[in-house]
Design a protein around this ligand. Sequence first.
Ligand code: FES
Ligand code: FES
Length: 188
Amino acid sequence: MTEHISLVVNGSTRELDVEPRRMLVQVLREDLDLTGTHVGCDTSQCGACTVTVDGRAVKSCTMLAVQADGRDVTTIEGLANDGQLHPLQTAFWENHGLQCGFCTPGMIMAAADLLERNADPTDEEIRHSIEGNFCRCTGYHNIVVAIREAASAMRAGATAPNAAGAAARSKAGTTAGSAASTAASTRP
Ligand code: FES
Ligand code: FES
C-alpha cells in the first residue's frame, strides 16, 4: 500500500507515492537521489541526516515521509544556486570546518536553522544548536568558528543565493564549496 504525497523539495514540487513506513531520509536519498543527506546512525543520534522542514532542522531518519506531505523541505543540495555558495558553506570551507565531511551537510543544515532564528548567536548558542550533530573528526572548534563567521558575514550583508526562493529555506544559500559540496554529495 502506498500513499500519495506532495512536498516542496529545494524549491521544486515533488509528487510521490510512498509506503507509509518509509522515512523522509529514504525518500530523499533513494527516490529523489538527494544523497547529500547522509545516514549515520539511523536512530536519531548523530544528526548526519539533518534537513530543514518548514525552516526548522529535522533529523530526517526519524520523520516519516508522509509527515512531510504539504511541507517545504530543504536539503544541503538546496543551499547552492548556480555555484554561488551560501555564507555558511563558504565559512565552513574557509575556516576548515570539516575534515572527512560526513557530518557536514547535517551540521550546515542545523546551523542554517540557528541563523534563521538568531542572527548573532553566542558561541554557547552555536554549540547548543549543534549538540545533536556528531563529528568524529574536527573536535568541533572550527565548526563553531565557521558558524560564527557565517553569522557575521550574513549580518554584514552576505545573502543566500536562493533566498528569494522560499522563506522557509532562506537561511541557507550556498554550495558547499569544493570540499563541502563534495562531502554533501558523497554517499556514505
Ligand atoms: S542518521 Fe539520522 S540522526 Fe543519525
Ligand atoms: S568532518 Fe568527519 S565527521 Fe565531521
